[in-house]
Design a protein around this ligand. Sequence first.
Ligand code: TRP
Length: 448
Amino acid sequence: MASREQFSSKFGFIMAAAGSAIGLGNIWGFPTQTASNGGAAFVVVYFMMAFALAYPALMAELIIGRHSKSNILTALRGIAPNQASRILGTGVGIYGVIIASLILSFYGIVAGWMLCYLAESVTSLLGWDSASQWLVSFGNERNIISMGIFMLLTMYIIANGISGGIEKWSTRLMPMLMVILAGLIIYVMTQPGAGEGLRVYLLPDFSQLKPSLFVDAMGQAFFSLSLGVGTMLVYGSYLSNKESLPRLGVMVTLVDSGTAFVAGLLIIPAIYVAKQYGANIFTEAGDLIAGPDLIFQVLPTLFESMGAIGMWVALAFFILMSIASLTSSISMLEVPVSLAVEETSFSRRQATLVIGTLIFGCSTVILFNFGTLFDFVINLTTVYSQPLLGLMLCVFAGWIWHRDNLLQEIKAGHPEIEGTFFWKVWPNYVKFVCPLLVLTTLIQSIGG
Ligand code: TRP
């Protein structure tokens, strides 16, 4: 095998991992979950989940990945000490790769919509009315074309490999994302109604602290940190042994939850500004509109009513959403592509082409059966499979893998770690606490 590519710097890894983590889950999912789950009460529980559960699971992936220097399937088989656990590793690996691909097949559809609204803000600036109308109509033709274009962008980056593809584009796009996000927040804060939104977002309503809130917060944390399917595992596998994994993990978790929190400072106030401008922001049941209607109706109504500047705000907003989607989707595609490159004779380019086309086919099937398949695939992958896979990865790190190897890998790049809190707590934590917590929540979500 040719020598394996690596991220060229720590900064490159952090941008790539943050790029994977920061996506629609942060900018859309987190703020709306917060708004419909009692404001800051959800924020508090979410941060607890992110650090007490998602961070340890993230560490399991990074440690297994860097040690094995391979994709999820080869990695799990490699650390399995006997035949039975090798079979289990194969099963979990295949399951993870399939789920990663399915996540991409619905994520690509949604990301395609973002591209459409991005294009629409340009066509409406130019006064091209019929193009604008086509771009915001919900037709199969529009949906397939936009999803296809988004898939091509994703494939283009992945075909160029780690440092020349994933790292290069993440380090370009993520700083842009941060600047646009900050600019939009500053602008929205000057608008009437923003204060009311801020209050809804930041004042906790602890009467809403019910069990389902914990389930939602955990699901959100797993999705947001891209856990379970081997994304972070494979990113970890491109890390040099010189880096300290626990520190990098903390940084990625902080940047991810920090960005989710900051995105809430944009989205929730924007909803209340839209209300001031006359948009209807509540469903018939009296809840805040949170689904696609929020992004594709409430906010566009807001942009339109802002006059000339609204078009520029819309442009910035949908560029933000498109960047967030793209740096996440590449991390999903890397999961099956890394497996194909390492376990078959395909080159990276061939593997990207074949797998990208297959996922494009999946997305097309979902689009043609939108009513039955779209929500089904989202639930199957994110609500059930991701926590289950996360659980299995903790079991591999805590129970199946030889403890000495595990400790040695943690020590690499961080020689003075013995004696730290992480060293003392994490190995048992990932062995007992994480699986138990995930299991409890899974049972909850199946029961509910
Ligand atoms: N974390 C991303 C978001 O918040 C989505 C994502 C990227 C993801 N890679 C993943 C989700 C792997 C699950 C699995 O939008």
